[in-house]
Design a protein around this ligand. Structure first.
Ligand code: PGA
Length: 256
């Protein structure tokens, strides 16, 4: 019912025009026949224009890794959603844990960005997830509830349906330590329960919820097979065409 979505978050790891071209030229023919999975690549800002150019007329969409909630003004160092939209960006990752932890982005700020992305018709992928200490203290659900309350505040039903949620336990990001499919599924079910109580059951079942955190070709399938996991947000393994392809294929297989 929900189309899986695979996002490749290159972070600040790849993104010169040459690197972007090399990776996308390799990936494009390999994913040409994939129609049951939405594929989004999020390179650094400096590579967006060349990436958009390269994927024209293909089934790959290009996303930004961040944006500001104002369209214009004295905001040195920020990037306007209007500029992104203008060059053909169709997705944006918001509230990634690296933005939240290193750059101190709050739930309130992510909420403002989310509303702006929705208003500008840029598809948002919004990240939430707990720290290791919070999980070990048995606080995961409390943290998730709180993040959802604040990050998705005042959204309409139509808006939440257009939002992709990425559940990314922070302890699993870039650590090689993946959540087990059961651990991930438990939180995805919980997220759906929260959405059902905020909106209604039908709405909660339409929202796509990705898992993120050390997804690899070797663990992708067992994660995506879970009923409530609708694909993934991939960091390290999205840097090379071959590993990303295997992950996309794993998502594709769950749709058959
Ligand atoms: P990772 O990153 O796959 O390298 O753990 C995931 C993410 O940060 O979105």
């Amino acid at each position: 019912m929900r189309k899986p979505i695979i996002g490749g978050n290159w972070k600040m790891n790849r993104g010169t025009p040459a690197e972007t071209k090399e990776m996308l030229k390799k990936l494009l023919p390999l994913v040409k026949k994939i129609t049951n999975v939405d594929i989004v690549i999020a390179p650094p800002f400096t590579a967006l224009i060349s990436a958009i150019d390269l994927v024209k007329k293909s089934n790959i969409r290009i996303g930004a890794q961040n944006m500001y909630f104002e369209e214009k003004g004295a905001f040195t160092g920020e990037v306007s959603p209007k500029f992104l939209k203008d060059i053909g960006v169709t997705y944006v990752i918001l509230g990634h844990s690296e933005r939240r932890n290193i750059f101190k982005e709050s739930d309130e700020l992510v909420n403002q960005k989310l509303k702006k992305a929705l208003a500008m018709k840029i598809n948002p992928i919004v990240c939430i997830g707990e720290h290791l200490e919070e999980r070990e203290a048995g606080k995961t659900k409390e943290i998730i509830q709180n993040q959802i309350d604040k990050t998705f505040k005042d959204l309409t039903k139509e808006e939440i349906i257009k939002t992709v949620i990425a559940y990314e336990p922070i302890w699993a990001i870039g650590t090689g330590k993946t959540a087990t499919p059961e651990q991930a599924e438990e939180i995805h079910v919980f997220i759906r329960e929260i959405l059902a109580s905020k909106f209604d059951k039908q709405t909660s079942e339409l929202v796509r919820i990705q898992y993120g955190g050390s997804i690899k070709p070797t663990n992708a399938k067992e994660l995506f097979e879970k009923e409530n996991i609708d694909g993934g947000l991939v960091g390290g393994a999205s840097l090379e065409a071959d590993s990303l392809l295997d992950i996309i294929k794993a998502a594709d297989e769950t749709t058959i």
